[in-house]
Design a protein around this ligand. Sequence first.
Ligand code: NDP
Length: 254
Amino acid sequence: VDRLTDKTALVTGSSRGIGRATAIRLAREGALVAVHWTADRQAAEDTVALIEKEGGRAFAVRAELGVPGDVHTLFLGLERGLEERTGEARLNILVNNAAVTPTGSAPEDLTPEEFDRYFAVNAKAPYFLTQRAAALMPDGGRIVNVSSAVTRTAAPDQLAYAMTKGAIEQLTLHLALILAPRGITVNSVAPGITDNGGAIFANPDAVAAMSQLSAFKRVGGAGDVADVITFLTTDEARWITGAFIDATGGTLLT
Ligand code: NDP
């Protein structure tokens, strides 16, 4: 613990799931964490409360991503929260985690509107969030983009979603070189099937089937992925940049 003392962090989509687990771990390491959410205020407040109960520091920021003005709204709240607590709008760590996850139409039925929504939330928002965040980020900052195993293995039902995750991996690759002169690292973390508290993870048959995909024969926990993200934000990970980090529990081995 205490590897992130005096650091500040924004984790998008940290009201629940992998984002929440990441926010909790970053706070445990000493970071002041902005818990971003859009629909579920209670979940965001619960995340902040969980952090504060452990003696950590966090505040909630609401902004819907994928709509005009999204990044501006998020940064108004973020900068105000940071200034109130630290006297300045300095951001050391950005975790681009929020995403529209694949629950919609099969590829042959996907509408242009659904396609645009995937790209607006999962690719365009992280691009412009990162552009804005980089301006507030001192030397030695950290950017982690949450991708998915579906960029390395065909998942026909998730085609458009997978395309957006391919896009965020390109953001990682190119931005890593652009920001390297400032000592800022940019990496992608790819989860496999991860229990985010969603309804399907309460169905034992579904969980048993999903477990077979991992080499360890279980589904991932949000903490399994969050620990990897957290490591990448520490000084210990300073020599890793532009990387694709497989956090799938060996899902891609076969
Ligand atoms: P969840 O669905 O559990 O949580 C999504 C989070 O993102 C919530 O905090 C939600 O906020 C926020 N969010 C979603 N859409 C928007 C939006 N339009 N604007 C603002 N916030 C939004 O996510 P997971 O933990 O499952 O996934 C986290 C990341 O991991 C995603 O990038 C996902 O693609 C990736 N991933 C997940 C896998 C899994 O099996 N779980 C597998 C591979 C990758 P709110 O609660 O307020 O709606």
